[in-house]
Design a protein around this ligand. Structure first.
Ligand SMILES: Cc1cc2nc3c(=O)[nH]c(=O)nc-3n(C[C@H](O)[C@H](O)[C@H](O)COP(=O)(O)OP(=O)(O)OC[C@H]3O[C@@H](n4cnc5c(N)ncnc54)[C@H](O)[C@@H]3O)c2cc1C
Length: 88
């Protein structure tokens, strides 16, 4: 199944074992992100402090901290997906 998905996207993965290793998984998603231009929209090393629904604008106000500078700022979004992980 993994090989089929990879081939369908025109990506080359080496499948020489039953389970795909971390490096191959990382490379697969990295190429997907490059192909679909996701890196242009991604912010790394940023901590989401909170998200509040704004009834007036019909958007979420998201409070974020840049972990490199410590700067806290607000962003807005129509949709917020919480992908903070099951361990959170
Ligand atoms: C010890 C261990 C071994 C595992 N081994 C395997 C395995 O061999 N194979 C397998 O398929 N699965 C394995 N898993 C499960 C797999 O790691 C998880 O199912 C998968 O990582 C979940 O992905 P996720 O993106 O939902 O969450 P995560 O990978 O947890 O990613 C969540 C991200 O959100 C970030 N985040 C959290 N809070 C905030 C916030 N407030 N602001 C900004 N960012 C935030 C975190 O820093 C993290 O980078 C293992 C899990 C553990 C704990």
């Amino acid at each position: 199944m993994w090989g089929w998905v990879a081939a369908w996207h025109g990506l080359v993965l080496t499948l020489d074992c039953r389970y795909v290793g971390a490096e191959e998984i990382y490379e697969f998603y990295r190429k997907q992100a490059v192909e679909y231009g996701l890196y242009d929209h991604a912010k790394f090393n940023h901590n989401v402090i909170g998200a509040e629904w704004n009834e007036g604008s019909g958007k979420w106000t998201v409070t974020v901290q840049d972990m490199a500078t410590g700067k806290v700022f607000e962003d807005s979004a129509e949709v917020v997906l919480n992908c903070a992980g099951v361990l959170k």
